[in-house]
Write a protein that binds this ligand. Structure first.
Ligand SMILES: Nc1ncnc2c1ncn2[C@@H]1O[C@H](COP(=O)(O)OP(=O)(O)OP(=O)(O)O)[C@@H](O)[C@H]1O
Length: 597
């Protein structure tokens, strides 16, 4: 029941349509049960001589001209049956269109809510969850809910009302025949429920095998270069073949089990119908019921048996929908990151002060310990250190992607955690090592922060990032599409695009998180000189493993195991014993050797 409550939140704008759909299905079921009654009355009281025992029915007969008139014009009865079918058709059409419209709308609401919520979830959440799982929850889980609303719930409601209407009429017509008609139903229903509970494992196994097959396919296609470079084609083909066979076997087992079920339940259902015929014929011959009643019962038992047989399947599918609702709700329950308006929005000039900062992702396991440093507006500082030493963690604190545990960070003298998150992120440009580019044109990618920026600004940013010359070599220049349907950019070109995209924002603070690693040393120098030559120079933080990248910084910090272990200018550090000097010597000798080769 709590799943229904959760669903109610998403029905906004479609609740009434869905209720109208439910009313239509109830009316269509109500109309369906009229046909056997018409047949019974025709056989018993129009063709036959039996008196009509219902006041309403006798009024209708009189309205149509009376029994004798109708006996000569049986086509009028045929017309009534056609009218009933027509009305039923209209309400079935209404049920289908209304329930589908509402289900599509509700699925749209859920997708929008999910997407909106995911955008607002903290960065930390995204670093921990599996993206594939998140996508599945937003697509196939939502689709399961859509099918539940459009098909399964409607089927269950329809079947319940059909059951109710039919039972009332059957017990009214003949109690003992009604008892015979429902005698095997509990077995059909229980068998359906038990079977589909058991077979659920088979459904799940087949689904998982399919998911595993598509993961292999997806990994293979995205990593095709690695496959070719490492000559793994044979292994990949065998691996795919294995997964494909697993999927085939599990799906075959599922289909075989389902075939057994449908065959057995067909037998039970026909047994029920046969029983009604045998017992009903006996009662007719002995005069306990009329021929019309027997014919009505053979139709009603059909109306009962098939929905009950289907209900086990539908109820199991509903179970799947409830799991999906829970999985969707898991995301929506995650607390969102409040971006605005939470704090101050000061003008940022770029002065930064770290004072005894401690930070841990997992409680007690500090990845930054006692970090202190200061930067004046417009200065450039650099961090260098082994991998995993905490450099990225340190700079991720500035745009408030994570909150520090101890100590103080001040921006122009204002405590960072009192500044509005949205505001601080607008004022900090962060260039990552592995930038993500959208499948849009180069120009659109560079103008990402503000699509209204002029083309001149785009060219300036591209020139500063040393990517302009590359771009004008492409056939469509700045209109070239990036990604699968467009050009494939090299690692260094992507990094330079990301730099252009960030510097066009003109932020007072810019962070390069190892974002020059894929460009050659000459381009690296070119970009840094262009950045230094800019007017309104931003406070710049550079993270790199390459000494040449950090060497011109106003201050260099060497970081190891979360602590600053050395600081100074390049000239000072290469003359001091320590990590910086060792790295410098290794890199210099390597560069000298490369030059000799
Ligand atoms: N989201 C995270 N959750 C938990 N631990 C993390 C997370 N991100 C990084 N770490 C851990 O924090 C430590 C510091 O990582 P960080 O990425 O800051 O190092 P780094 O110096 O930037 O490394 P690299 O030069 O390889 O990029 C590492 O031990 C890393 O495993």
């Amino acid at each position: 029941m709590k799943e229904f409550k959760k669903l109610i939140h998403f029905t906004k704008g479609f609740g009434l349509i869905y209720v109208l759909g439910i009313i239509s299905v109830i009316i269509s079921q109500g109309i369906t049960i009229l046909n056997p009654l018409v047949l019974k009355t025709t056989i018993d009281s129009i063709i036959g001589e039996r008196a009509v025992d219902s006041f309403t029915v006798s009024k209708i007969i009189n309205f149509l001209g009376g029994r004798d008139e109708l006996r000569g014009k049986l086509w009028k009865i045929g017309l009534i049956i056609i009218c009933i079918a027509l009305f039923r058709g209209v309400f079935l059409f209404l049920k289908n269109t209304l329930s589908s419209k509402a289900a599509e709308g509700i699925a749209e609401n859920i997708k929008n809510r999910l997407y909106d919520h995911i955008q607002k979830l903290p960065y930390e959440y995204h670093t921990k969850v599996d993206t594939g799982d998140l996508i599945q929850r937003c697509t196939s889980d939502v689709d399961t809910v859509r099918r539940f609303l459009a098909i399964q719930l409607m089927e269950v409601i329809g079947s319940l009302f059909m059951l109710m209407f039919t039972l009332v009429i059957m017990f009214n017509l003949s109690t003992k025949m009604a008892m015979v008609s429902i005698s095997v139903l509990p077995i059909t229903f229980s068998f359906a429920i038990i079977f589909f509970k058991k077979v659920r494992k088979d459904f799940q196994a087949s689904d998982e095998a399919e998911a595993s097959l598509s993961t292999v396919l997806q990994e293979n296609l995205t990593g095709i270069r690695v496959v070719k470079a490492f000559s793994r084609q044979k292994y990949e083909v065998e691996n795919f073949d294995k997964k494909n066979k697993e999927h085939r076997d599990l799906t075959y087992r599922l289909i075989r089990n389902l075939s057994i079920y449908w065959a057995f339940s067909d037998f039970v259902s026909f047994f029920q119908i046969g029983l009604v015929l045998i017992v009903g014929s006996y009662f007719t011959v002995t005069g306990s019921i009329t021929l019309g009643t027997l014919i009505a019962f053979t139709t009603y038992v059909n109306m009962l048996v098939w929905p009950v047989r289907q209900m086990g399947r539908t109820l199991t599918d509903m179970g799947k929908a409830f799991v999906s609702i829970g999985r969707i709700d898991d995301i929506l329950k995650q607390p969102i990151e409040i971006l605005s308006p939470t704090g101050r929005e000061p003008i940022i000039y770029g002065g930064i002060d770290f004072e005894n900062i401690y930070f841990a992702y997992d409680e007690g396991k500090y990845v930054l310990k006692d970090i202190s440093f200061s930067i004046n507006p417009g200065e450039t500082i650099a961090f260098i250190g082994p991998t995993g030493s905490g450099k990225s963690s340190l700079v991720h604190l500035l745009p408030r992607l994570y909150e520090y545990n101890q100590g103080s960070i001040k921006i122009d003298g204002i405590e960072l955690n009192t500044i509005d998150k949205y505001w601080i992120r607008k004022n900090i440009g962060l260039v990552l090592q592995e930038p993500f580019l959208y499948a849009k044109t180069i120009k659109e990618n560079i103008k990402l922060a503000d699509p209204n920026l002029s083309d001149i600004k785009v060219y300036e940013a591209a020139k500063t990032a040393s990517i302009h010359e590359d771009i004008i070599e492409f056939e469509n220049k700045y209109e070239t599409l990036v990604g699968e349907r467009g050009v494939s950019l090299s690692g260094g070109q992507k990094q330079r695009m990301a730099i252009a995209r960030t510097i066009i924002k003109n932020c007072p603070i810019v962070i390069f998180d190892d974002s020059l690693s894929a460009v050659d040393t000459a381009t690296d120098i070119e970009i840094r000189s262009a950045l230094t030559a800019r007017k309104d120079k931003a406070t710049t933080i550079i993270i790199s493993h390459r000494i040449s990248t950090v060497s011109e910084a106003d201050m260099i910090y060497v970081i190891d195991k979360g602590r600053i272990i050395q600081k100074g200018k390049h000239r000072e550090l290469i003359n001091k014993e320590g990590l910086y000097k060792r790295v410098y010597e290794i890199q210099s000798s390597y560069e000298n050797r490369s030059k000799c080769i």
